[in-house]
Design a protein around this ligand. Structure first.
Ligand code: AKB
Length: 353
């Protein structure tokens, strides 16, 4: 009886071992076939897709990886143009199940998490900023861990504070931001790096400066005066700036920002020395952008009425040091202030026609 029992146990453990080996082999095979397809044509989900960066990024990624491989999502009703450009789905980042369903049903490989309240608007509604920027991030982080997704979360110059060196601000230094936006972004950087070390999550993060684009209306940031100036200059010939004329901040034209993201996401994981990098293109003050815009609108009238955003701007980097991104994965911007202004004027003029 004892011998029979022993034999039975041996057979059953042998069976289990063989079964485990088989499961392991199938899992490995799936993993390697999915990682090569992930590499060639990853299926990408973008959250907060109707904010400043989403539609531009979707169009860049669709050119590279195929129209139907890039799914834009948000809680906002899309325009006809957005619907026609490629897949668009409703997704609330506070609803874990809804996100999980999308990742499973669309066999997502990469997740680009744009949903966030920006600096100025976050200060108006701190509880909402905590929900969207922190709880939403927890959802995507956990999802990316469970389904082994490559996860991109943008950070910002707003992740630094007055105690950080401000000119230039290096990749690694003290970070004591004074806005809920900045606090949530430092939290995201640290949690992502922790999940990377602890669970092997392929977390990637770029700290962006103020991004300038004509695609969307300014969305509640401190750097948005540098977008508003184009609309006001062309529509009314007048511009009132909520920052002082000599407030210097780092900035970037949108196509540089999106290109940096695409290049960074395409890097094989073994080529990444770090998970979080500063990227930038230029630094200017309101006075300097006014001079550049006056090359196109010579009679532009400007006044200054600093408000609560001045204090936020004064706690942020003046010049951003992105030398590590340049050295480690060849990051190089294309647009300087005049190149960016020329393009913005042309695009905003076309929109007014
Ligand atoms: C903001 O001003 O809040 C954003 C940013 C610099 O992250 N544009």
């Amino acid at each position: 009886m004892a011998l029979a029992h022993l034999r039975l146990r041996t057979v059953s453990s042998l069976f289990k071992e063989t079964q485990n080996r088989w499961i392991f082999a199938v899992a490995r095979a799936n993993q390697s076939s999915s990682s090569s397809s992930q590499h060639d044509h990853p299926r990408i989900l973008i959250t907060g897709g109707l904010g400043q960066l989403g539609t531009g990024l979707a169009s860049m990624l669709r050119d590279k990886y195929g129209r139907d491989n890039v799914i834009l999502s948000d809680i906002i009703r899309p325009t006809k143009a957005v619907k026609e450009a490629g897949p668009y789905l409703f997704a609330d980042i506070l609803d874990f199940k809804c996100l999980q369903e999308m990742v499973v049903n669309y066999r997502i490989d990469w997740l680009v998490h744009f949903s966030a309240l920006l600096s100025a608007v976050g200060e108006q509604n701190v509880p909402l900023a905590i929900r969207v920027n922190i709880e939403g991030l927890h959802n995507v982080m956990e999802l990316a861990k469970q389904y082994r997704l490559r996860l991109f979360v943008p950070s910002t110059i707003g992740a630094f504070g007055p105690e950080s060196p401000r000119n230039p601000t290096p990749n690694l230094c003290i970070q004591r931001p004074k806005t809920i936006y900045g606090v949530s972004k430092v939290h995201g950087e640290l949690l992502g790096e922790y999940y990377n070390q602890r669970f092997g999550l392929d977390f990637r993060c770029l700290r962006f400066p103020g991004v300038i684009s004509s695609d969307t209306s300014p969305g509640g940031g401190t750097t948005d005066y540098a977008v508003q100036i184009f609309h006001d200059a062309l529509k009314t010939g007048k511009f009132q700036c909520y920052l002082k004329p000599d407030t210097r901040l780092p900035m970037m034209y949108i196509s540089d920002a999106l290109r940096s993201l695409c290049e960074f996401m395409a890097l094989p994981p073994e080529d990444l020395k770090q998970r979080t990098y500063n990227v930038t293109a230029m630094s200017f003050t309101p006075e300097e952008i006014v001079q550049s815009v006056r090359r196109h609108v010579p009679d532009l009238q400007v006044s200054y009425a600093p408000d609560s955003r001045q204090q936020i701007a004064e706690s942020w980097p003046e010049v951003f040091d992105d030398s590590e991104a340049r050295a480690e994965w060849n990051w190089a911007p294309q647009y300087d202030i005049d190149g960016m202004v020329d393009l913005m004027i042309e695009r905003c003029r076309n929109q007014l026609k």
